[in-house]
Design a protein around this ligand. Structure first.
Ligand code: FRU
Length: 490
């Protein structure tokens, strides 16, 4: 059946195909997905479909700032190298004329791909958010005439029509389920569960969990899955106020709520709440299951708090984190870069040494690399602190310092080149494991992701450093037994 493409969609497709030519490959990171042109926020519709990973994204092609939301689209075989496909959806129907907001994707039994997303309609003063369906072949999608398939009045009493969004769909025991973000007049941000026989007709099941202003006013972009015997609810709260958890800061954050789930009565029992990423740039994660059974998560590598395109003179803004494999160990959620990254390793450098004072590492320079530093804390009793500097040169450097007395790690990008007074420093607990502190840094141009102790904590941060500043060095206050392994990333 030929697809019925609106003028708005055709216009976006023609625009992106023309404008992307003006963007040099060197102006993009190598393995972090950026928008084809213009603006990107949340990952959407992350899935494996017909032997390829599909990643859609919140997209406004015409400017490097947020605007009426389209869905951008890219595919990959290895989760690292992405190829653009034409813009998948434009806000071009009565149900989504004010924006195609976030959502997810699932393969239907007949082999077509369904996108379940939020259509925004109504007025600016009184917006209406409702869930809509588009079905297609993986490139072109037809929106259902009966959209919205899940209007806000399908929610129970007390929920509003203006904040009802970001459905994440899955299939279980022959039925479809989705979680969506809702806002209740007393309980605030709430995650609602719906079910369906056919992924089109939805009925309300229950509220899985709610913020009650403990963790923010609304919870956006939920995801819900079981992993290693635990049940995980991912949420991205807006406007967190003071909490009792010193690791959770005010503002926007992405949290992992871990607990148990009884599928009989659909009850989720929350046992713990943890920050997913301690960096300044991480929001709205979404996961998928790979064909070999890995739960892989990708997030917008940005935050509403720190986004501003004034400094970067690019024709695009926004990017995704590297996809990360999730696992649960000792009641904690761990994240590791997907193992496919090893396929990109090129030159290897190694060093085992006792460092004391300054240790330049000329063999480790570069802005595209996967670097692991292990500090043997048992054999370094007099090491007071150890600092790894990278993207270093002239007045520039970004630093990660471990402070032995406080058992803390300090990530500091204040000398990265930024000219903005936004947060530049993060301090997190970092306890050595079996006498070793392990830091794995993935550097992809200006994207930095630091995985601490095998992914027990992660810090995702963007730096604003000229490409020439590519030095790496160590500084130790007191003798430190260190081991470094580095692979350049091609
Ligand atoms: C989260 C979010 C979503 C919404 C989308 C709109 O970053 O606010 O809740 O669907 O962005 O672009």
């Amino acid at each position: 059946m030929p697809y019925n493409r609106s003028e708005k969609l055709e216009q976006a497709r023609a625009y992106e195909a023309r404008e992307e030519k003006a963007i040099a490959a060197a102006d993009r990171p190598r393995i972090h997905l950026t928008p084809r042109v213009g603006w990107m926020n949340d990952p959407n519709g992350f899935c494996c479909y017909r032997d390829a990973y599909h990643l859609f994204y919140q997209y406004y092609p015409y400017e490097t700032k947020w605007g009426p939301m389209h869905w951008g689209h890219a595919v990959s075989r290895d989760l690292l190298h992405w190829e653009y496909l034409p813009c998948a959806m434009a806000p071009d129907t009565p149900a989504d004329g004010k924006g195609c907001f976030s959502g997810s994707a699932i393969e239907l039994p007949d082999g077509r791909l369904e996108l379940l997303y939020t259509g925004v309609s109504g007025t600016d003063k009184e917006p209406v958010q409702a869930q809509c369906v588009a079905i297609g072949d993986g490139t072109d999608f037809e929106k259902l005439a009966e959209n919205p398939v899940l209007p806000p009045d399908r929610q129970p009493e007390g929920f509003c029509a203006a904040d009802f969004r970001d459905p994440k769909i899955w299939r279980e025991n022959g039925r479809y389920y989705c979680v969506a973000a809702g806002r209740h007049k007393d309980n605030g941000g709430s995650i609602e569960l719906f079910e369906s026989e056919d992924a089109r007709h939805w009925t309300f099941v229950t509220v899985l969990d709610a913020s009650r202003d403990e963790y923010g006013l609304i919870w956006e972009c939920p995801d819900f899955f079981s992993l290693d015997g635990k049940q995980i609810l991912l949420v991205s709260p807006q406007s967190i106020g003071p909490t009792d958890d010193p690791e959770i800061r005010p503002g926007y954050a992405a949290l992992a709520l871990m607990g148990s789930y009884d599928p009989q009565n659909h009850r989720f029992t929350r046992e713990s709440v943890r920050l997913l990423d301690a960096g300044m740039e991480f929001y709205a994660p979404q996961t998928t299951l790979t064909p070999d059974g890995r739960r892989v998560m990708v997030a917008w590598m940005q935050s509403w708090e720190t986004c501003n395109d004034a400094l970067r003179n690019h024709r695009w803004f926004g990017r995704m984190t590297l996809p990360r494999e999730l696992s649960v160990k000792n009641g904690r959620l761990y994240q590791q870069p997907v193992r496919e990254i090893e396929g990109m390793w090129r030159e290897e450098s190694r060093l085992t040494q006792t460092a004391d004072g300054d240790l330049p590492l000329p063999a480790f320079h570069g802005r595209y690399q996967d670097l692991t530093l292990v500090l043997d804390t048992e054999r370094s009793p007099d090491c007071k602190s150890l600092t790894l500097s990278f993207a270093q040169g002239g007045k520039y450097a970004t630093r990660v310092r471990w402070e032995a007395d406080r058992r803390e790690l300090v990530f500091d990008r204040s000398r990265c080149g930024t000219r903005r007074d936004i947060p530049h420093i993060r301090r997190i607990p970092a306890e050595p494991v079996d006498g070793r502190l392990t830091l794995r840094l993935i550097l992809d141009g200006d994207c930095t992701e630091l995985f601490v102790n095998g992914g027990e904590r992660v810090i995702s941060v963007l730096i604003d450093t000229p490409a020439e500043a590519d030095g790496v060095s160590l500084h130790s206050d007191g003798p430190a037994c260190v081991e470094l392994v580095r692979h350049t990333l091609a």
